[in-house]
Design a protein around this ligand. Structure first.
Ligand code: PAN
Ligand code: ZN
Length: 199
């Protein structure tokens, strides 16, 4: 078989106390300092950051060529915790190739996927073990861990040519935030969200 042939392969999801993959190419760690301006309580953010630049989430990536036809896969692990009253979450992004979708399969924990289109339509879906979530083309997505003490672990698959646009969300934010109020999970309006007409 010629060297350049793309060979099929498999790997395992290792479900020990920390979920990992048996094979991966990249282990990304994102800490609090990577999330400046994303949490609504700026004072709580600065206070926590002064104490410790704690780890918010990790991603294990199985790399493939970043071209149409390929699928990129991996697991995302959002740790439990809050900045003020707002749960730990991923940065969130649009795919640079806006017309590309993504599938998430929840392996562990509980959380929400917050989604939004460039026009400002929004949607939230629950993530619990064994739930499969389809993020259609054009929807920005952010996972939020709403559990008190457990990691939120999801397996994801998306097209090789998707790319990541973080800048748009950094600039205008997500329309909705997920916070804890009186021991309840609440979805509130993001006071810093910029609607499409003022971007
Ligand atoms: C996921 C995310 C992962 C981390 O692989 O990249 O959950 O979130 P951020 O990329 O927003 O930091 C995905 O959606 N890829 O397209
Ligand atoms: Zn994505």
């Amino acid at each position: 078989m010629p060297e350049e042939i793309n060979r099929p392969f498999s790997f395992d999801v290792i479900r020990e106390e920390d979920v990992t993959l048996s094979t991966y190419d990249n282990h990304i760690k994102r800490s609090l300092s990577a999330m400046r301006n994303q949490y609504h309580d700026e004072q709580a953010y600065e206070t926590l950051l002064r104490e410790e630049d704690c780890m918010l989430y990790e991603v294990y990536e199985v790399k493939r060529p970043e071209i149409a036809g390929e699928l990129l896969q991996g697991i995302s692990i959002v740790h439990p915790g809050k900045v003020g009253d707002e749960y730990f979450m991923t940065k969130g992004h649009f795919h640079s190739e806006l017309g590309t979708a993504e599938v998430y399969y929840c392996l562990k924990g509980e959380g929400l996927m917050v989604m939004e289109t460039p026009e400002g339509y929004w949607a939230i879906e629950t993530l619990t073990p064994e739930k499969v979530l389809y993020v259609p083309p054009r929807w920005a997505h952010r996972s939020v861990n709403t559990s008190r003490d457990e990691d939120l672990v999801t397996f994801f698959v998306y097209p090789g040519n998707a790319g990541h646009d973080y800048g748009s969300i950094e600039k205008h934010g997500f329309r909705k935030l997920v916070v804890e109020r009186d021991d309840q999970i609440e979805v509130i309006d993001n006071p810093k969200w910029l609607p499409p007409e003022v971007r």
